[in-house]
Design a binder for this molecule. Sequence first.
Ligand code: ZN
Length: 276
Amino acid sequence: MASQIKDFSKLCVHTLTTKPWNIEQCVKNYSAAGIHGITVWRNVLENQNLTEVKTLLDDYGMTVVSVARGGFFPSVEKEKREAAIHDNLWAIEQAAAIGAPSIVLVCGADGHQSLEKSREQIAEGIIRLIPAAKRAGVKLSIEPLHPMYAGDRSAINTLKQANNMAEMINSEWVGIAVDVYHLWWDETLQSEIKRCATNNHLFAFHVCDWNVPTTDFLNDRGLMGDGCINVPEIRGWVEAAGFSGYNEVEIFSDKYWATDQNEYLEKIKEAYMTRT
Ligand code: ZN
């Protein structure tokens, strides 16, 4: 059994979890709540002076766990694949500027070609980014997404596929983000987590829950304990495999976004302490 969580030192919140807040509100409110891990989504960096953002993060004692997100490599159109490379290079620069050690990759898919072709283009795209990632000191985390997104958001849908790709690319700059929302249903999850960690590819761990019934396949994620995922069990597997990084709370929820975000943050802390 997974052990009880004792404090908030390994708690990280994604800025998109509190979508109504801008970067300044996220930093100040998380810090005031005793949460010092933050994964910064790029929407809150738009039109911001990144040096000032870095100062803000430092002033409030925040540790940036990741920048979310890069990726979206595949396309039947070459110009779009090139545009994706440029956007990912910019994401790497943004991450470096605010002190993030990694970026999360939602790898993409193009429904006008096969999943195999999309995966080929994902691998090509990631390989092209490695020199820039290395120069910037920013790691790249492949995030396998639930198969319901295979048509448009990611052709990498299982941890096994992500492990295969990370092992094929074989770079210390390329690893994997494990998200319980996307992977909880997979009967091979425990062994693939072990494989991922053994190869030093387990870079990140994201938590939330799967509501039953789910009313929206993008913006109806639950708070840990709301749904059917055994989050403590999966966290136990991840930790038993040697992972000692942050537990990143990543919840897209129209329901919670409509509530008071400070009260919601308290709910997150409670769910983290007792049901994660
Ligand atoms: Zn995630």
